[in-house]
Design a protein around this ligand. Structure first.
Ligand SMILES: NC(=O)c1ccc[n+]([C@@H]2O[C@H](COP(=O)([O-])OP(=O)(O)OC[C@H]3O[C@@H](n4cnc5c(N)ncnc54)[C@H](OP(=O)(O)O)[C@@H]3O)[C@@H](O)[C@H]2O)c1
Length: 237
């Protein structure tokens, strides 16, 4: 799918990767960009093609309203995400795990269910920003990994359901990106500009699953070659 002329809906558009995506979509000729933000006022206005939309993706009413007001969307970018940086057993309770599942899995599912009827009628595309931690658990962020893994499987199911309707569904699995979310992660981190380019290249390419950055690509190769050795190495991080 080409960016030029598309009508995009980007969640988590107020900062980080989402804000970068809005800017790049506009630069590359998107016809309109719905910028989904939890609180209006978080989107830099100025370009008349930007339509700010108040949306918490865990709020089913807001999601339904957004989908109904943005029926011309041809590209849905599920970018919003939550990382509470918690292990699974040593966390005080399961609150972080539930919150991450609510945003990363159910929130993304809410968006896909609400927007797919309109996308189906027009043969559009969906990009889900997941994480390389959908494929492996980093012990210090294991509950995030579980939620992204669930989202990865859900994305595969949705891809199969939407294929007969010519809707392309792409999973992007980045390594650490240089945003607020990974402020405590040591370098190297992917600069936001490079991450944005990789997402848009995934849209214009033909792979269903895209590994972003050297770390993600090495992990994917390691999983294919020797899963056990890779897991042993991750335990030391
Ligand atoms: N940074 C990394 O190292 C990294 C690595 C792999 C994957 N990713 C993924 O990349 C995506 C973008 O993350 P980022 O790095 O740009 O992180 P970020 O700077 O923390 O931004 C996260 C965005 O998600 C929004 N969000 C969180 N919960 C939401 C909800 N319930 N409803 C709507 N929006 C919500 C946040 O809104 P508020 O500003 O209102 O909180 C914010 O705009 C995420 O899916 C993340 O998991 C990031």
């Amino acid at each position: 799918m080409q960016v030029e002329g598309c009508v995009a809906f980007v969640t988590g558009a107020d900062r980080g990767l989402g804000a970068g995506l809005v800017e790049a979509l506009l630069k590359r000729g998107a016809r309109k960009v719905y910028a989904g933000v939890k609180e209006l006022g978080g989107v830099a206005d100025g370009d008349p093609r930007v339509v700010p939309v108040e949306i918490d993706i865990t709020n089913i009413g807001q999601v339904a309203r957004a989908a109904s007001n943005a029926r011309d969307t041809t590209l849905l970018v599920n970018n919003a995400g939550l990382n509470r940086t918690q292990p699974v057993l040593e966390a005080n309770d399961a609150e972080a795990a539930r919150a991450e599942m609510e945003v990363n899995y159910f929130g993304t599912l809410n968006m896909m269910r609400a927007f797919s009827p309109a996308l189906k009628s027009d043969g559009g595309a969906i990009i889900n920003i997941l994480s390389i931690l959908a494929r492996v658990a980093l012990p210090s962020m294991a509950s995030l990994s579980a939620s992204k893994a669930a989202a990865l499987r859900m994305t595969e199911g949705a891809r199969a359901e939407l294929a007969p309707h010519r809707v392309r569904v792409v999973s992007v699995l980045p390594g650490p990106i240089d945003t607020e979310m990974s402020r405590n992660v040591p370098p190297p981190k992917i600069p936001v500009g490079e991450a944005v380019d990789a997402v848009l290249a995934a849209l214009e390419g033909d792979a269903d699953e895209v590994y972003m950055g050297t770390m993600a690509q090495e992990i994917a190769r390691g999983l294919a070659a020797d899963r056990q050795a890779l897991h042993a190495r991750l335990l030391t991080l």
